[in-house]
Design a protein around this ligand. Structure first.
Ligand SMILES: Cc1cc2nc3c(=O)[nH]c(=O)nc-3n(C[C@H](O)[C@H](O)[C@H](O)COP(=O)(O)OP(=O)(O)OC[C@H]3O[C@@H](n4cnc5c(N)ncnc54)[C@H](O)[C@@H]3O)c2cc1C
Length: 380
C-alpha cells in the first residue's frame, strides 16, 4: 500500500470498499466478463456509498475528500482482482468538468457523476490518429446556438455505458494545430450520436470500450467546456493525474503478479527441488522485487507531492508512466514463465494479468510518446 499517512477515516473507507467488492462484485465478476458489461445497478450502488468521485465538493453532491481516497479506491480494486472503469470516471473524466466547467455545468453534471446516475467517458482517439492528438479530424461547426459535430472516435473506455462523453473536436483552422481543439460534452441520447458494440480485446473485458460515431450531431454551445481552442491545453493539464493513476495501476498489477509467482515458485518442485531454489529463478524474483520497490518509492513520492498540491514536472510523471508500465510487462513475462505451462491456462490468474497489463504501455500516452515528452524537456 502507498505510504500515505492514513487516518481512521481512511481505514474505514478502505474497509467498506473491500466489503463492497467482496459482496457486490467478486461473486458476479466472471459472468459479467462473459457478458462484457457491468450492470448499471452496480455503478449506482458504488455511487450511493460515496465511492464514485469522493473528491467532488459537497455542494455538488460529493464527499469533498482528497485524492488519497482515490488512491485507496484504486488499491482496493486491484486487491479484489477486478477491473471496472470506476477510476476512469472518477479520476480521469469527471475532473475535467470540475476543473474547467462553469458553475452551471458543474451543478448540472457533478451530482449525477457522484451518485452514479451520470457515467462518463473522454473521447480523443480516432481511427486515423491517437498519439498525434492535434491531428484529429472530428469537427464541431457553429450553427446558431449549437455545434454540429461530425466524425468518429475509437477505443473509448466506458463509452458503452457513458451518459455523457467529453469529445475532443476540431473547432478552428489555426496554423498552430494545437489551438484548434475544443472539448464538448455530448449527451448520449443526442440524435446523430451512435455507439458500437463493445470492441473485442485481448484483456480488460469490462472496460466497455467502444467506437463512437457523430453524424450531424447537434449539441448546444453551452456544452463547451472551458474556452474554445484550449482543448489541447486542458487535455495536457489533466493527463498529469491520469498518468499518475496509470502508473499506480501498473505498479499494483506488477506487485500482484510478482506475489503470485513468488508463492508458486516456492511450492512447485522440479528435479526434486523447489523451482525458486534454482539460481536463475531466484535472481529473476530478486530482480522483480527490486524493480517493484524502485517503482513504489518513485510513485509514492509523486502521489505525496500531488496530495500536497505541489507542481510536478511533466517529465517526472511521464517517466513514471513509461517506466512502470514497461516494468509491469517485464514482471508479467517472467512471472508467467515461472508458472510454466500452468501460466498459459485460463484458470490461473497470471494469464489474465499478462493480457491485461499489455495495454499499459500504449494507452494514456504510449511509452514512445512519454519519451518524446521527456526528450523535449531535456532540450533534445
Ligand atoms: C484498451 C484501450 C483503452 C483506451 N481508452 C481510451 C479512451 O478512453 N479515450 C481515448 O481517447 N483513447 C483511448 N485509447 C486510445 C489510446 O490512447 C491510443 O491507442 C494511444 O494513444 C495510441 O494511439 P494509436 O493507437 O492511434 O497509435 P499510433 O498513434 O498510431 O501509434 C502507433 C505506434 O507508433 C508509436 N508512435 C507514434 N508516434 C510516435 C513518435 N512521434 N515517436 C515514436 N513512436 C511513435 C506509438 O508509440 C505506437 O507504438 C485506448 C486504447 C486502448 C487500447
Amino acid at each position: 500500500m502507498v505510504a500515505i499517512k492514513y487516518t481512521e477515516q481512511h481505514q474505514m473507507f478502505r474497509q467498506s470498499l473491500r466489503k463492497f467488492y467482496e459482496k457486490e462484485v467478486v461473486p458476479y465478476y466472471k459472468k459479467w466478463e462473459e457478458e462484457m458489461n457491468v450492470p448499471r445497478s452496480v455503478w449506482k450502488k458504488f455511487g450511493s456509498q460515496g465511492f464514485l468521485c469522493p473528491w467532488i465538493p459537497e455542494k455538488y453532491g460529493g464527499s469533498g475528500l482528497g485524492f488519497e481516497y482515490s488512491v485507496i479506491a484504486i488499491e482496493e480494486m486491484a486487491r479484489a482482482d477486478v477491473g471496472i472503469p470506476f477510476g476512469l470516471h472518477s479520476d480521469v473524466v469527471v475532473p475535467y468538468i470540475h476543473l474547467i466547467g462553469n458553475e452551471e455545468q458543474k451543478q448540472k453534471w457533478l451530482p449525477g457523476c457522484a451518485s452514479g446516475d451520470i457515467l462518463t467517458a473522454v473521447a480523443m482517439t480516432e481511427p486515423s490518429t491517437g498519439s498525434d492528438l492535434a491531428a484529429i479530424q472530428t469537427t464541431a461547426v457553429k450553427d446558431g446556438s449549437d455545434y454540429i459535430i461530425n466524425g468518429q472516435k475509437v477505443f473509448i473506455t466506458n463509452g458503452l455505458n457513458a451518459d455523457i462523453v467529453i469529445v475532443a473536436c476540431k473547432t478552428g483552422n489555426d496554423e498552430k494545430r494545437h489551438r484548434n481543439l475544443s472539448l464538448i460534452v455530448v449527451d448520449a441520447d443526442t440524435p446523430g450520436f451512435e455507439k458500437s458494440a463493445p470492441l473485442k480485446k485481448m484483456g480488460r473485458h469490462l472496460d466497455g470500450t467502444v467506437e463512437l460515431f457523430f453524424e450531424d450531431c447537434r449539441v448546444p454551445q453551452e456544452n463547451l467546456l472551458g474556452e474554445e481552442g484550449k482543448g489541447f491545453y486542458y487535455l495536457m493539464q489533466n493527463l498529469q493525474q491520469e498518468r499518475i493513476v496509470a502508473a499506480l495501476g501498473s505498479l499494483l498489477a506488477a506487485e500482484k503478479m510478482y506475489n503470485e509467482a513468488l508463492t508458486y515458485a516456492k511450492e512447485r518442485k522440479a528435479f526434486g527441488r523447489r523451482i525458486s531454489s534454482f539460481q536463475a529463478n531466484s535472481f529473476k524474483l530478486v530482480e522483480m522485487a527490486t524493480e517493484i520497490e524502485i517503482a513504489r518509492t518513485f510513485i509514492e513520492s509523486l502521489i505525496n507531492d500531488h496530495l500536497d498540491g505541489k507542481q510536478i514536472s511533466v517529465s517526472k510523471v511521464s517517466m513514471a508512466k513509461w517506466w512502470t508500465s514497461e516494468m509491469a510487462n517485464r514482471v508479467a513475462y517472467h512471472s508467467l514463465q515461472l508458472f510454466g505451462g500452468y501460466g498459459y491456462m485460463e484458470e490461473y490468474p497470471i494469464s489474465k494479468h499478462y493480457r491485461n497489463v499489455r495495454v499499459d504501455t500504449i494507452f494514456a500516452g504510449s511509452t514512445e510518446i512519454m519519451k518524446t515528452i521527456i526528450a523535449k524537456e531535456l532540450g533534445l
